[in-house]
Ligand binder design. Structure first.
Ligand SMILES: *Cc1c(COP(=O)(O)O)cnc(C)c1O
Length: 425
């Protein structure tokens, strides 16, 4: 069967053992192709009913009593369901706060632990929010630390040699995104962690574009710390609370800079002296957003039902397929690939570049342009990110999205859109 035909896509979907998971999501219309699950995952079909029950029964009827009939332990229970997705033990992961706040808490804890070391290393591909938080920490700690960023010579990936140039006996903390947000380049977590540990540095991984997209091996890699989002591939909903990971043997050695009552040994003693809770609870700050936390339950169930290994297998098939179609149909129209070709160095999204990327994205999303609505996202200056969420994306989605992009560029249908940026791209 010819790889470049629509029939091939249909045949691949028929063979897909995970195809029925698509029906466990709300698909707004058959005319929509959603390739942005790496920014905001789709709505699981069970979530609305589940939330109605949580709101009506637990809040409406149970009121304050619900803290004793499930709410108080819920963040930790759901974190235990997330733990296998990132290769950690229950008790090493907690649902809390936002990714940025968790980075602040854990990076601060690491820098306090690494007395006498002043180097902080990240890379220029990291998510800007992560860099901002680190810059703020340097200031907060009296400008004694030095933040350096490893460079991406090819614009999409960072080599071990380049990291080596930045790591030294003075490095306190290395913090990187496991899968980087723009190019989807994926670090070898085990090798990088080992190299940093040789220098005595601690390692903090941001798993925002990895959790639910690729199997993550925190324990096996002997990673120290990690953080990540739950509203991307994990489908927890807009602004869903994030997660954090602290390796078991480090928990008693580290302290959160935000000493709130939920991280206290016994919050309901109302004791005026702060003593950190034992274990992972010490990294909580205040009352968890219980409605948003609860929305994670159906979402994590879907992930665990499908199995992260199965999802990865499908994702690799789909991203490889997408890259083949990009080469065949889009490269002749001025597109280039800005994600690694090697699947072992790539997460579950694929970025392509074009000088008119922004306006092409507008045309893809506009219902009156072309045949289908395709939702990817645009990242400055000229990247179109095509996120593949194997729980719900089909091979046909990929085929049709590529045809739609080709049509828009071939017929210059993007020309009517202004190049001025909207506030959220
Ligand atoms: C999406 C993302 C974030 C988001 O942080 P929030 O605090 O949840 O807004 C952080 N880091 C990375 C690498 C991301 O991809």
């Amino acid at each position: 069967m010819d790889l470049y035909t629509k029939e091939y896509a249909v045949e691949q979907d028929a063979k897909d053992l995970l195809q029925h998971f698509r029906t466990r999501f709300i698909n707004p219309t058959a005319e929509l192709i959603y390739l942005d699950g790496n920014s905001l995952g789709m709505l699981p079909a069970d979530t609305a009913g589940h939330m109605n029950q949580v709101i009506t029964d637990e809040w409406g009827t149970g009121l304050i009593r619900s803290w004793n009939t499930g709410w108080y332990e819920r963040s930790q229970q759901l974190a235990a369901q997330l733990a296998p997705l990132v290769g950690a033990q229950p008790g090493e992961v907690m649902i809390a706060d936002s990714t940025s706040v968790n980075l602040f808490k854990l990076a601060y804890a690491a820098l306090q632990h690494q007395q006498g070391r002043y180097g902080i290393v990240s890379d220029q591909l990291n998510f800007p929010s992560d860099i901002y938080v680190l810059q703020g920490l340097v200031e907060l700690l009296g400008n004694r630390h030095r933040l350096t960023l490893a460079q991406a010579e090819d614009g999409m990936s960072v080599t071990m040699d380049e990291l080596d140039k930045h790591l030294s006996g003075d490095t306190a903390l290395l913090t990187l995104s496991h899968v980087v947000f723009k190019s989807a380049f994926m670090y070898d977590m085990k090798a990088v962690t080992a190299r940093a540990h040789e220098k005595g540095a601690m390692v903090l991984w941001d798993l925002s574009h990895a959790a639910g997209a690729v199997p993550v091996h925190l324990n096996e890699s002997h990673a120290d710390l990690a953080i990540g989002c739950t509203y991307k591939y994990l489908n927890g909903g807009p602004g869903a609370p994030a997660f954090l990971y602290v390796r078991k043997d480090l928990q008693e050695k580290l302290k959160s800079p935000i000493q709130g009552w939920f991280g206290q040994e016994n919050p309901f003693d109302f004791n005026l002296k702060y003593r950190p809770a034992a274990g992972i609870n010490r990294f909580l700050a205040g009352t968890p957003p219980m409605l948003s936390v609860s929305a994670l339950e159906p979402a994590l169930k879907l992930m665990n039902d499908a199995g992260i290994q199965n999802l990865r297998k499908k994702s690799v098939l789909q991203t490889n397929y997408l890259i083949s179609l990009v080469e065949e149909y889009l490269m002749p129209h001025g597109f280039t690939l800005s994600s690694p070709k090697d699947e072992n160095q790539r997460g579950s999204h694929v970025s392509i570049r074009h000088p008119e990327a922004y306006r092409i994205c507008k045309a893809l999303i506009d219902p009156l342009t072309g045949n289908k609505v395709v939702i990817p996202d645009f990242r400055e200056p000229d990247n179109i990110r095509l996120g593949i969420a194997p729980l719900y994306n089909t091979f046909l989605d990929i085929y049709e999205a590529v045809q739609e992009i080709k049509l828009i560029v071939e017929q210059e249908l993007f020309i009517k859109f202004p190049p001025t940026r909207e506030s959220v791209t």
